[in-house]
Design a protein around this ligand. Structure first.
Ligand code: BF8
Length: 663
């Protein structure tokens, strides 16, 4: 099985499949049909195209061929990867910077509607930044934290503050290699400079700086975005929510929030509950206002407010095809330009709110944190006004499932002993005793070049069956939520040891940690596992793996690279953006393993991905001198449910595994 789509499977989500059929009948293009109609450029796909100056673009397709400037394939592929990582890091980090500006405005009393909702987190972040909290008002402390965060973007010398959160051994590796980030902005600017024509030409040297740039995302921009969001909107803890396109409601005003930043969406959540606006919706013939999300904005308001999720990246166009969406409100990242034309075919208002992102065909309503509640109310009012303009049949697939999201690092600590004795001791002990074989972080996007959600769900099912605890973020988490894997009941699919642990602690075997910037939560969780004792002293010692099986975005490349730089063996699916260069493939594999103790690999075959991951986990266990994995030692076999499912005819199995089709 290859993750490159060679067969007719477009998606494993029945709701998506239903709407794709409708799109075909109505002759509406979607990312699925556009991908099918246009093969990827074979030269650009595997890193052989250089567009860094106007003597080209140069296509290095013959052995030994060089660009007009003399650049080799290795240099071109390394530069392309480094630039993609810098773009991904900048997306996460610009988001983090805006969060810091919002915190600053709140602290100065200039952002009505916002407040420090989690003072405990504020104090703990201040402590991590070396800021004395005693005797300071919340606003004074928030201002100092915001200013320190902003400095992490702009300082030109020194080290990122959060580098000090990593295990000591890891910090030493980074220092010895000269890849401790000085600031977020400086590393990204330097990547663009180094990859300009005629600057850095040595592939290993270029890629070493790519590690540094990615670290400025993981331990900088993303980690700050997560921490400040928790301070302003609350640190997540488990809640129950609904997922899939059936969360749209025919008789209500549907507002879909899509993008990445929680600042305005949190205000829209409040506006949608405003009795005056609900009454206004009733006056227009609706029974209420229904809010739901797509992509990582969805994950942000899901984790903290339990707001329903309509779908992940490849569901965004399909939500509009239901004919039931009054407004889709977007900010930044992963918003398909196709939404502009598509919204014009329906009654949907496409509202773009970020000063950074205008979209042809969209209504612009710029977000400003100084007037957020008014802007949010204006958006909800526009959606209500649009309810009477539905211009066709409403067709909402009646498919939903439940999930339990909200596993912040703080909650994972708490769930293992409460406020008094919270620690990672039980988790580490379960790994040491072989009840849990290891852990996998399965994160990242959808990509229409591979069957939607298929590899995400395959890997997660197989991991938990093999007693591997799974943590998830982003679109991968939504994929698994849709088929019920983010519920306590999913323990029935888990191996015996993992199931025992889930039953003892009362958690699902698959933990939803949040949005893509919240991959930083995985870094801090791994740090605590590494420093808790019994599993080595560095993240690279742990029996863990990272995955982005259906990746497509530059952000995914940045995440994967900071996982590797932090010591986590990481496997991507689909295909390799540097596959044209054996040397660059070697440098990010063997080369990075030698330098930072972990490899980045691109593996299109899901079964191979799984085999490599389990072999890696077992090898790390052996190095730690832990018992050889033996599922027969715990509980009763956890495989019975999977065996029953596999014995069912394919349609019945799909119905049993994915969603609940309501009659
Ligand atoms: O930041 S997983 S498709 S939505 S890039 Fe985009 Fe990828 Fe989804 Fe969240 Ni992350």
């Amino acid at each position: 099985m290859s993750t490159k789509r060679a067969d007719k499977t477009r998606t494993v989500d029945t709701a998506v499949e239903m709407l794709l059929e409708q799109a075909k009948a109505q002759d509406i293009s979607t990312a699925f049909s556009r991908a099918a109609a246009m093969a990827p450029c074979p030269i650009g796909e595997d890193g052989r195209c250089c567009k860094n100056c106007h003597m080209g673009p140069c296509r290095l397709v013959k052995p030994g061929q060089r660009g007009v400037c003399g650049a080799t394939l290795e240099t071109v592929a390394a530069r392309n990867l480094a630039r993609a990582i810098a773009a991904g890091a900048s997306a996460h980090s610009d988001h983090g910077l805006d969060m810091a500006f919002t915190l600053e405005a709140v602290a100065r009393g200039e952002a009505p509607g916002y407040q420090v909702r989690d003072p405990h987190k504020l104090r703990s972040v201040a402590g991590l930044m070396g800021i004395q909290a005693d005797g300071k008002s919340l606003n004074d402390l928030a201002l100092e934290v915001a200013e320190r965060a902003i400095e992490n973007f702009s300082q030109m010398r020194g080290e990122l503050t959060y580098v000090g959160r990593a295990p000591a051994n890891r910090q030493e590796i980074w220092r010895n290699l000269g890849i401790v980030p000085r600031s977020i902005t400086r590393e990204i600017v330097e990547t663009l400079h180094r990859t300009h024509i005629g600057t850095d030409q040595e592939p290993e040297h270029i890629l070493r700086h790519a590690l540094r740039t990615a670290l400025s995302d993981g331990w900088g921009g993303s980690m700050l975005a997560t921490d400040i969001s928790d301070i302003l909107f609350g640190t997540p803890s488990p809640t129950v929510a609904q997922v899939n396109l059936g969360v749209l409601k025919e008789e209500q005003v549907n507002v879909v929030i899509h993008g990445h930043e929680p600042t305005l969406s949190e205000m829209i959540v409040a506006a949608a509950q405003d009795p005056e606006l609900i009454e206004y919706a009733r006056s227009k013939g609706a029974v209420g206002i229904n809010l739901c999300g797509i992509c990582c904005t969805a994950n942000e308001i899901l984790m903290r407010q339990g707001v329903a999720v309509a779908g992940n990246f490849l569901s965004q166009e399909l939500a509009l095809l239901t004919g039931a969406v009054e407004a889709i409100v977007v900010d930044v990242q992963c918003i398909m330009q196709a939404l502009g034309d598509l919204s014009a075919r329906f009654h949907t208002q496409l509202i773009t709110t970020s000063p950074k992102a205008d979209i042809t065909g969209a209504t612009r309503l710029e977000f400003d944190e100084h007037h957020a509640p008014e802007i949010a109310r204006q958006i909800v009012r526009m959606a209500v006004d649009n309810f009477g303009y539905r211009n066709g049949q409403v067709n909402i697939p009646q498919v939903t499932n439940e999930l339990v999201p909200g596993f912040s690092h703080e909650y994972i600590n708490y769930m293992q002993g409460g406020a008094f004795r919270g620690s990672f001791r039980p988790l580490n002990d379960a790994v040491i005793a072989d009840r849990i074989r290891g852990a996998a972080g399965v994160v990242g996007c959808n990509n229409p070049r591979t069957a939607h959600d298929e590899t995400h769900t395959y890997l997660v099912r197989e991991f938990i069956k093999n007693d591997v605890l799974v943590v998830m973020t982003g679109c991968g988490a939504i994929a698994n939520a849709k088929c019920g894997m983010l519920l306590g009941e999913a323990k029935q699919y888990a191996g015996p040891g993992l199931r025992e642990v889930c039953e003892a602690i009362g958690v699902p075997p698959v933990l939803h940690l949040g949005s893509c910037v919240d991959n930083s939560r995985i870094l801090t969780v791994l740090t605590q596992m590494a420093t808790e004792g019994g599993l080595g002293e560095d993240i690279a010692d742990l029996p863990v793996v990272g995955f982005a099986p259906e990746w497509m975005s530059e952000k995914a490349l940045s995440i994967g690279t900071y996982f590797v730089a932090s010591g986590v063996y990481t496997i991507f699916g689909v295909s390799s953006p540097v596959g044209g260069s054996e040397e660059v493939t070697r440098l990010i594999g063997d080369g990075w393993e030698k330098q930072v103790g972990a490899r980045l690999e691109f593996e299109p075959d899901p079964q191979q991905m799984l085999a490599k991951a389990l072999a890696h986990i077992d090898a790390k266990r052996a190095t730690l001198k832990l018992p050889v994995y033996d599922p027969s030692r715990f509980g009763i076999s956890g495989d019975w449910r999977m065996r029953e499912l596999m014995a069912l005819p394919p349609e019945e199995r799909m119905a049993a595994q994915y969603g609940r089709a309501k009659p």
